[in-house]
Ligand binder design. Sequence first.
Ligand SMILES: NC(=O)c1ccc[n+]([C@@H]2O[C@H](COP(=O)([O-])OP(=O)(O)OC[C@H]3O[C@@H](n4cnc5c(N)ncnc54)[C@H](O)[C@@H]3O)[C@@H](O)[C@H]2O)c1
Length: 248
Amino acid sequence: MKKRVAIVTGGIGGLGTEICRQLALAGRQVIASDLPARADRLDAFRTELADLGDAIRFEPADVSDYNSCADLITRVEAEHGSVDILVNAAGITRDTSLRKMSPQQWHELMRVNLDGVFNMCRNVVEGMSARSFGRIVNLSSVNGQTGQFGQTNYSAAKAGVHGFGMALARETARKGITVNTVSPGYCDTALVAAVPEDIRSQIIADIPVGRLGSPADIARAVRFLSSDDAGYITGANLPVNGGYFMSF
Ligand SMILES: NC(=O)c1ccc[n+]([C@@H]2O[C@H](COP(=O)([O-])OP(=O)(O)OC[C@H]3O[C@@H](n4cnc5c(N)ncnc54)[C@H](O)[C@@H]3O)[C@@H](O)[C@H]2O)c1
C-alpha cells in the first residue's frame, strides 16, 4: 500500500519540524512546506531530521497566496501521489494593543493565520472527498480560547481557525475526512524563549503541569489526530497546554 502523504505547512518552524518528525516516524511520506527559506535555516532543518532520510522532503509555498498553495498541491501530487493528511502549522504574530495596531498588522496576520488555512484546505478537500479519506489538523492556540493582551489579531484568527474547522468537519464527515484543531499552550520554542525571563517564569508558575510544553507534546497530539485510527474524532479541539486553560 502507498504511504500516506502528509503536508505540514510551517514545516520548518519550531513545532512544524517536530510534527514532520512524528509523522515520518508514523510511516508517512512527509512534505514540509514553508516560505522559501534562507539556505542556513533549511540546512539546520535537514540536519536535524537527517536520520529520517527521504521520508521528509521540503517544498516551498506561501500559504497566504492561493495560487502558491494550488501549485504546491499539484507538485506534491505529481511526485508523491494524492495528499491524505494536511497539517496547517504556518503562523505569525504581529503583537500590539488594538489602539496601536495598524490595518497592515491586522491584515498580514489574517492572510497567513486564517486565509492560509482556507487556501490549503480548499486545495486538498476535493481530492480527499473523491478518495473518501482525509485528515486535516489545524494549529490554533490557547490564546484563541482565552484572548491575550496585545493579540486581538492573533486571538481572532486562532478562534476563527476552530470555527472554520468545525464547519468543514460537518461538510466533509460523510466523505471520510476529519478536521480537528490542536490548541497548544506555551511551548519551549524560539517564540517563548524570546519572552523576558521574569515573565517566562510567571507563565511557567501558572501552568499546572509546571513546565512549558515541548514540541513533541504538540506533535504527538497531531500524530494521533492524523492517524487512520482517529476516524471518529472530528470537529474537536484538543488543548495541549499542561492544564493552563481548562474548559468543558
Ligand atoms: N510555539 C508556541 O508556543 C505556540 C503556541 C500556540 C500556538 N502555536 C501555533 O503553532 C504553529 C507553529 O508555531 P511555531 O512555534 O512552530 O512557530 P514558528 O514561528 O517556529 O514556525 C512557524 C512557521 O510558519 C512559517 N510561515 C510564516 N509565514 C508563512 C507563510 N506565509 N507561508 C508559509 N509558511 C509561513 C514560518 O516561516 C515558520 O517556519 C503556529 O500556527 C502558532 O501560532 C505555537
